[in-house]
Design a protein around this ligand. Structure first.
Ligand code: FHN
Length: 469
């Protein structure tokens, strides 16, 4: 990664953290990621399923789905799950939402099927967000969905069973530092209700530690623990939580615990870092509209085209895409999300081979789309279908065969090698308007001649003349 790109990524992370009033995330050195006793080979083994997966579902679900962005008749600005903070709702008033939270339409199998049919390989769900409300049965605090609501079910138990049944990995998000309900929990920008005051270390000891112990003990295999917003997390506080990870050998954690711990993964939020993080595993988390937790009036949905191209762009930079849904207080994933995920799934059924288990593109820039790779294969994801040949600028390898991934017969496409790279003769129409994948079977490791962006664009402009009839 260039210094400029790295600085850009760090600045964005710092800006996000700054907005939230929490300490910026420190830059991780590769060796920070692994426990000291872990070899590179062991780490690669631990990360293998995650690197293969490339695509997961984030679920933000909690009490905040009840007000769904509106408090006392007023639409509250900002993201839905922050309503308690943004409207400065007193603890006792927010607590009353528990009486109305009865998500009887929740169907764990259906949620997991929606993820699976989209081509997602793992789910990360909020077990407790910053509002301090646990979405699982807890002995540590009665402020949980099982004990405090008419629902009287543990959705995480049901989700864990459904994930096991359908072969999807399950991870838990846990807000370890911010907790606007339990005394001593942190709040970005400070507490707004005396009931929140207390000792943070005591809060970690009495609430965060036992709850994390519960989520890592009572739900079978847990693949990911997703910390968030490390406000006021000292090294000492982080070290109260860290040993709990041993409860799930092989678990993957992100870089948001705080206290100087960098975990396994970088977590760019709502953006795709221009060159990824070449030395680190990373995962872009992103909303499908403009909120993580459900807001009844947020209809700014990203089109399917954007979602698919984001997934490709991220894979082409070596990362994972953790795409969010915010279910309603009834327990339903919004229809707009379900529709888009089904469309992404349709694309993945044809083209998944070009996403799962791939690594970053060997090309700096391609004028018509993106590239992912596996040993011996380049997957050219063509966004802008050329009128003439598809030019792969600077590619030096001999191409043994080219074909469309959507073509079950794998009929060979004519390939010509020239000074400036490789050209592939394509049919007139794109098999998929959003992204069509051309596979190149190549000999050896990919070798790409260095070319300036200008040279690539010129070359392409010349070679993209429409094919004469
Ligand atoms: O404050 C949270 C936010 O509500 C949401 O959970 C996102 C997801 O990455 N994380 C925090 C902001 O960085």
């Amino acid at each position: 990664m260039s210094l400029a790109t790295h600085a850009h990524n760090v600045l964005i992370a710092a800006a996000i953290a700054g907005v939230l009033g929490c300490a910026p995330l420190a830059k991780a050195a590769p060796e920070d990621a692994a426990p000291p006793q872990e070899t590179k080979q062991q780490r690669d083994q631990r990360m293998a399923w995650w690197r293969e997966a490339r695509f997961g579902m984030f679920i933000h679900w909690g009490l905040y789905a009840v007000p769904a962005g509106t408090w006392n008749g007023k639409q509250i600005g900002g993201i839905g799950e922050w309503i308690m903070h943004n409207a400065k709702i007193p603890v006792k008033d927010y607590e009353k939402l528990t009486a109305q939270f009865n998500p009887v339409k929740f169907d764990a199998d259906q949620w997991v099927s929606i993820a699976k049919n989209a081509g997602m390989k793992y789910i990360v769900i909020t077990s407790k967000h910053h509002d301090g409300f646990a979405m699982f049965q807890s002995q540590a605090s009665p402020y949980n969905i099982y004990d405090a609501t008419p629902f009287k079910r543990d959705p995480l138990k049901e989700l864990a069973a459904a994930c096991q049944k359908q072969g999807i990995k399950l991870g838990f998000y846990y807000s370890q530092a911010q907790d606007w309900h339990h005394p001593g929990g942190a709040a970005a920008g400070g507490h707004w209700d005396k009931a929140q005051d207390g000792d943070m270390t005591e809060y970690i000891r009495k609430i965060a530690v036992p709850e994390v112990k519960e989520i890592l003990t009572n739900y079978g295999p847990i693949a990911v623990l997703w910390w968030d917003t490390p406000c006021d997390m000292t090294k000492e506080r982080a070290e109260m939580l860290l040993p709990l990870l041993k409860l799930q050998p092989g678990i993957i954690t992100n870089n948001r615990l705080g206290g100087g711990y960098h975990g396994d993964t970088e977590t760019p939020e709502q953006f795709i870092p221009p060159t990824g993080f070449p030395d680190r595993d990373w995962e872009t988390c992103m909303t499908m509209n403009n909120t993580w937790g459900y807001k009844s009036y947020d209809n700014k949905w990203k089109p399917t085209e954007v979602l698919i191209r984001n997934l490709i762009d991220i894979a082409s930079k070596g990362g994972n895409y953790l795409l969010n849904v915010g279910p309603t207080a009834e327990g339903l994933i919004p229809a707009a999300s379900v529709e888009r995920l089904a469309e992404v799934g349709k694309w993945m059924k044809v083209n998944g081979e070009a996403i799962y288990g791939t690594s970053a593109s060997p090309f700096k820039k391609l004028p018509w789309g993106r590239c992912t790779q596996k040993p011996g294969k380049l997957y050219l994801h063509v966004f802008d279908w050329p009128k003439g040949d598809l030019v792969v600028p600077g590619l030096k390898n001999r191409v043994a065969k080219a074909y469309l991934l959507s073509d079950a017969s794998r009929a060979a496409l004519p390939v010509a090698a020239g000074e400036n790279g490789v050209s592939v003769k394509l049919p007139a129409d794109a098999p998929d308007k959003i992204a069509s994948v051309v596979v190149l079977e190549i000999e050896g490791q990919p070798e790409v001649a260095a070319m300036s962006r200008g040279a690539v664009m010129n070359l392409y402009a010349n070679e993209m003349k429409p094919v004469a009839p």
